[in-house]
Design a protein. Structure first.
Length: 108
């Protein structure tokens, strides 16, 4: 994950409902302003990054405010995630369940 994607992801997470991760709906302009993005088209830059986060599975579109921003929910990607700083692999839930069931079978 690129640095810009992490920044936008964290900025989006600050707008999420704490318990459910839903109702993330800041505008791209708001995120661009908070992160200090300048240049010709800061909102388009954020839009591209949000698109990459959606494609990677970190955000899911759940709706749209009339004449306003898109509403997202924070999600986790289906595949496992490598945490570079700790060199740790966190498998997805489906993978973790599969590993546990294989261990149980092997121990019998």
């Amino acid at each position: 994950m690129k640095h810009a994607e992490k920044l936008v992801g964290v900025a989006m997470a600050l707008y999420a409902d704490y318990e459910t991760g839903e109702n993330v709906c800041p505008s791209n302009g708001t995120i661009a302003k908070e992160l200090g993005y300048g240049g010709k088209a800061p909102e388009q830059t954020v839009n591209k990054i949000v698109g990459r986060l959606r494609k990677a599975g970190w955000l899911t579109k759940t709706g749209k405010v009339p004449d306003g921003p898109v509403i997202y929910r924070l999600t986790l990607p289906r595949q496992g995630v490598w945490l570079r700083s700790h060199t740790t692999y966190i498998p997805s839930r489906a993978t973790a369940v599969g590993v546990r069931s294989q261990r149980r079978r092997a121990s019998r």
